[in-house]
Design a protein around this ligand. Structure first.
Ligand code: MF3
Ligand code: CO
Length: 264
């Protein structure tokens, strides 16, 4: 079922989104060579508590053990925070989710740790770019296929492997709601977008081939060929005032504004 959110419900999702943005900011500031993944997990748990939120991830499927997914280097998504310490040259994907008064926000970014290779930085930048290209396809009357087609084009034209086994999703009272939001599709095809919908758009691009494998822990998803991977995600809502990004800061950001701001 695709749920349609009211203004009041979106206001709660905005609070959840702001908590996720605050976690991103704090983790980005703290992540550095010598810092452990569990140090970052602690920061996330503290911010959730400070903001009266619970975690979207902790206990997910009965077994997920943390409030963050921390996915270094060849880990695509769902890396579990451990005592592993970050090293200069790593890249790290940080995925956070918050629940405020029953409503979720979910977003991810990938960052360099110290100085990284030019190719690693290009992977990070192109995947971020693909997220925003996808976000600009979210409009009333548009189609789900517009988003996936636009995201995939950015990855493929840059010679990156575009992961297909894991997809974006609707979001609301559940972290994962219908519809699925794949990083592939055909323009003008698929579900028609309407006011009240909330979507998580999340490109995952690999420096090598798109194929994936899951570790024995049942969670950690890696590139099959060992190449680096990046993951960017935002929660995007079709509000009565137009499309807005809910996980970029303290307040939702109108997509049109973001578009013109990016053009300078
Ligand atoms: N944030 C991820 C997503 O976008 C989900 C994290 S998996 C969990 O779907 F187990 F950590 F919850
Ligand atoms: Co998500």
């Amino acid at each position: 079922m695709i749920t349609i959110k009211s203004r009041r419900e979106f206001a709660k999702m905005a609070k959840a989104g702001a908590a996720v943005a605050a976690i991103h900011e704090a983790v980005r500031a703290a992540a550095a060579p010598g810092v452990s993944l569990l140090d970052l997990e602690e920061i996330s748990a503290r911010i959730l508590e400070e903001r009266g939120c619970s975690s979207s991830f902790l206990g997910y499927h009965g077994t997920y053990p943390a409030t963050l997914c921390l996915s270094p280097n060849d880990v695509i998504v769902h890396g579990i925070p451990s005592d592993r310490r970050l090293e200069e040259g790593d890249i790290l994907s940080v995925d956070a989710g918050a629940i405020f008064e029953g409503f979720h926000g979910d977003a991810a970014f990938t960052m360099p740790i110290g100085l990284v290779s030019a190719e690693a930085q290009r992977l990070i930048d192109v995947t971020e770019d693909a997220l925003w290209v996808g976000i600009r396809e979210v409009r009333k009357g548009g189609h789900l296929g517009d988003i996936g087609a636009a995201v995939a084009e950015v990855g493929k034209s840059n010679d990156f492997g575009v992961v297909e086994e894991y997809v974006g999703h609707g979001i609301g009272r559940q972290m994962h709601e219908e519809p699925q939001v794949p990083n592939y599709g055909r323009p003008g095809q698929g579900l028609r977008l309407r006011t009240g919908m909330a979507l998580c758009i999340e490109p995952m691009f690999n420096a090598g081939a798109r194929h994936t494998s899951v570790d024995d822990d049942g969670w950690t998803v890696r590139t099959a060929d060992g190449s680096l991977s990046a993951h960017w995600e935002h929660t995007v809502c079709l509000t009565p005032d137009g499309p807005q990004v809910f996980t970029a800061g303290e307040e939702p950001i109108p997509v049109e504004f973001e578009q013109s701001a990016a053009r300078g």
